[in-house]
Design a protein around this ligand. Sequence first.
Ligand SMILES: [Zn+2]
Length: 314
Amino acid sequence: MIGAMIKKPIIDAKVLQQLDQVGPDELELFLLNRGNYRGALLSATRMINEMRVNHNYGVLETLICGHAYLAAGLISAGLKGQDRVGIEMDCDGPAGGFVVDSSAGGSVRGYLRNSPIPVDTAPESFDTRPFIGDGTLSVTRFAEGSKQPFTGHISLAYGTVAQDLANYYLQSEQTPTAFHLSVQFDTEGTVIGAAGLLVQAFPGADEDIGKQLDTRIRNLPSLGGLIANGADSSSIIHEHFQEFEAAEVGTREVRFDCGCSKDRFARFLAAMPIDEIKEIRDQGPFPLRTVCHNCNTTYEFSASDIERAYQMSR
Ligand SMILES: [Zn+2]
């Protein structure tokens, strides 16, 4: 029994042409102010378009879940080995929140809780606050070698992934952090550029420099827009952070990728209570369909697949 995540092909000619133009996704790591701050710039137009196609997201869903994917991709810059990090938002706005995670290897996956987001009228702006509302944000770290994951929570105070996540880092991890998350659409709702920026202070970093960096990041033009217009990560870093002594230290890969497989779902089935799996075996319906929330891949199980799972669970 094999089978792994299925990526739906991107067939929109305009998207394909734009992906050609902006080049491959890339996570560029850099240091500022002689190593007192670390930064990451993620160019991820392909990842966001692939996420959108697999999940069948509209504009608003792509915007909010796209911010979450960009954040998870940026945070992967600080992971190593088999580390993973999960970001979860639960909120009372119509979006309902999201669940995303990323690995040190740069795999990003996850989903929006409500899709389509139930709204009566088309949104008038790209302000996410009305769709998020109040709630909580949690960050869970699965560190390689440690038995228990660590989860921290914070109440939402801003209604934007970038600001609430920055607030989480400050309050929960005592690390001054700034995010800029940007999904740029054209007038027809096509994602033409997606990019994110993370800047984080190391302990003892100069607070005045921190304030200047904060202002700089708040006043940045839309990074997704810059990428859409042909800028690359390196040129963005040098143009906007030159006076903070930006020094690039390397690049990493980030992509939409889920570790799910038919085998993994078969093991879930086999782990179900014996009478439940017996009921499916006896009554069907076949094929039994299971959907991975994280990547929206459907796995089908035939009657003989279920028989095998039943025999495994006995
Ligand atoms: Zn999956």
